[in-house]
Design a protein around this ligand. Structure first.
Ligand SMILES: [Fe+2]
Length: 329
């Protein structure tokens, strides 16, 4: 196994981290199993090997639940389904609608090839994977806000619609175990650098509202869709994500207001981000930086927005604490 690959990491009772460090998926086991995250095509074979190394019959894994439909979060689904045809795909309503559209495959295929190329360049794949005859992204079960997936043995995962990173983003919470699977809703966290690159690609306001809302959930373990899990109070990590977003947004606006050319700024940002987050090509990261600039330019008073959002949520308790901490900076 290369540096990015690892044997299954046990995160708690009946909870494992699979895939690679940069592109993890999580396996939660009750009577039946659930994979959280759709992985990438490049990690599908590894995930199957990791499941086998746990001595688990694949039939026990009944579900695979998506956090959102970006290519690096759905790619393993068709390949795992080919191996395990019983696997049921679970997604939020917007993700299900997108995956049923003809654009889904058009957007997925080039992005997936780009991710495979990264794996090949890193020596994690021998070459591009053989093309599949069919990409089966059919969603079997749609979870709306507050709907749950009961795995048995007291393991119940509840879906929370968390738009902002993408409009279709969903996070999952296992109240009994105190675990929140956040997907990409808090951005790209690099634990080594202790740095968060905020990812409010679809909407800054929704991104903040989603973080404030989820900060209220009781949890002591956050499962992220890049770089693994974060231990500790969820509200503290959410505060960190909000603070990072606030700083990044203000910096982007200041740079643009001082006359920095947006295209040049995005190019510089893409180089910086690629240095610690080589999960997409510099060209793709450049495009994403353009999305961040657009969202930041639309939001001229982030602190007022944060105060309003906190007031919407009641402005008390955990949300109030998080909001007050962000205001202190
Ligand atoms: Fe994403």
């Amino acid at each position: 196994m290369d540096a990015q690959s690892h044997p299954p990491i046990r995160l708690g009772q009946d909870l494992y981290q699979l895939g690679t460090t940069k592109f993890p998926v999580y396996l939660s086991l009750g009577e039946v199993g659930l994979l959280i995250e759709g992985g990438t095509s490049a990690t599908a074979g590894l995930i199957a090997q990791q499941v086998a190394s746990l001595g688990l019959a694949p039939e026990r894994i009944r579900y695979i639940a998506l956090t959102h439909t970006h290519a690096d979060h759905i790619g393993a689904v068709p390949r795992l389904r080919k191996l395990w045809p019983h696997l049921e795909l679970v997604a939020g309503p917007k993700a299900a609608a997108h995956l049923a559209s003809p654009q889904a495959l058009e957007q997925f295929l080039p992005a997936d090839r780009m991710i495979q190329k990264i794996f090949v360049n890193n020596g994690q794949l021998d070459g591009p994977l053989p093309e599949l005859e069919r990409h089966d992204f059919r969603v079997d079960r749609v979870l709306a806000q507050g709907e749950s997936l009961d795995l048995g043995r007291g393991v119940v995962w509840t879906a929370h619609q968390t738009p902002g990173h993408s409009s279709c983003h969903v996070a999952y919470h296992a109240a009994g175990q105190g675990i929140a699977a956040l997907g990409d809703m808090t951005g790209y966290f690099d634990p080594g650098l202790d740095l968060i690159w905020p990812n409010y690609f679809a909407s800054l306001r929704d991104y903040l509202a989603s973080i404030l809302r989820l900060a209220q959930l009781p949890a002591r373990l956050a499962l992220l869709s890049h770089n693994g899990a974060v231990h500790g109070e969820l509200s503290e990590f959410m505060h960190k994500a909000l603070a990072a977003t606030r700083v990044y947004h203000h910096q982007l606006r200041q740079r643009l207001a001082s006359g920095e050319d947006q295209a040049a700024l995005c190019q510089k940002e893409a180089q910086w981000v690629y240095g610690f987050a080589p999960i997409a090509s510099p060209k793709a990261i450049d495009f994403l930086c353009g999305c961040l600039c657009r969202q930041s330019l639309k939001s001229d008073d982030l602190d007022a927005t944060l105060a309003l959002l906190a007031a919407d949520e009641g402005g008390t308790g955990r949300v109030g604490e998080v909001q007050a901490a962000v205001a202190r900076g």
